[in-house]
Ligand binder design. Structure first.
Ligand code: ATP
Ligand code: MG
Length: 212
């Protein structure tokens, strides 16, 4: 919502963090707080994917579980919100649809910053209508272990030059946490405490997720 401040209208600045969140982990949460702080955003909207086009081939945990784990993880942070839009969408879901939907719902009252890890950003050419996406959405790219900084900088420059894209890069401490590693640890009966929020550990135990 645009709000009036000192007699002027202020356009709201919303960060959008999309992901499979299978499960959500502490690096996702830290990425969100740093983006909020560095770009002076008003809130972060976490959007768990429905059927992820990139991951459709391997098994992804039921959307209701991923949505619930995300909701539990952000509970208590007044700047964090969860959107069910992708989970509720029939068929495959694409970021371009989500960003268009957010833009259309909010008219010009809000600006959206799509937050993405360097690994995902350097693969953006595999995303549906990525050129349009780069034109309509501001991006916040976050450094991630395993992603080469030079390649990242070159990629950012290329899209800025080719599409006039609005891209901000932020550096976070290297947190070598991934959902893949967490799933693997749980499967092997290893401890995942402090890699994911305690409420999420509890939820996974309760529903016996990632064991098989
Ligand atoms: P998976 O191993 O299943 O791919 P993931 O840990 O990469 O899981 P995703 O749900 O795929 O988690 O990621 C959502 C977004 O968060 C992506 O843009 C990803 O790059 C970013 N992200 C995830 N983990 C980190 C991390 N440790 N550092 C920086 N960015 C991250
Ligand atoms: Mg990933």
């Amino acid at each position: 919502m645009a709000t009036k401040q000192n007699g002027k209208f202020k356009v709201a600045r919303y960060g959008v963090l999309g992901g499979t969140f299978d499960p959500i982990h502490n690096a996702h949460l830290h990425v969100a707080v740093v983006a909020l702080e560095e770009l002076n955003l008003d809130k972060i909207i976490f959007i768990p994917s429905g059927i992820p086009p990139h991951k459709a081939k391997h098994e992804v945990t039921r959307a209701d579980h991923r949505l619930m784990m995300t909701t539990l993880a952000i509970n208590g942070n007044d700047n964090f919100f969860v959107s069910e839009t992708e989970v509720n969408r029939a068929g495959e879901s694409y970021t371009i649809q989500t960003m268009r939907e957010l833009r259309d719902e909010n008219f010009s009252a809000a600006e959206f910053y799509f937050i993405v890890g360097a690994d995902a950003f350097t693969q953006i050419e595999t995303w549906a209508m990525y050129e349009d996406l780069l034109k309509i959405t501001k991006f916040v790219v976050v450094t991630r272990t395993g992603s080469d900084n030079k390649t990242l900088d070159e990629t950012i420059e290329k899209y800025k030059n080719n599409f006039g894209a609005d891209i901000y890069k932020i550096s976070i401490p290297n947190l070598e946490i991934s959902s893949t590693d967490i799933r693997s640890r749980i499967k092997r009966g290893k401890n995942v405490e402090y890699l994911i929020p305690a409420v999420v550990v509890e939820y996974i135990r309760k529903y016996n997720i990632y064991k098989n």
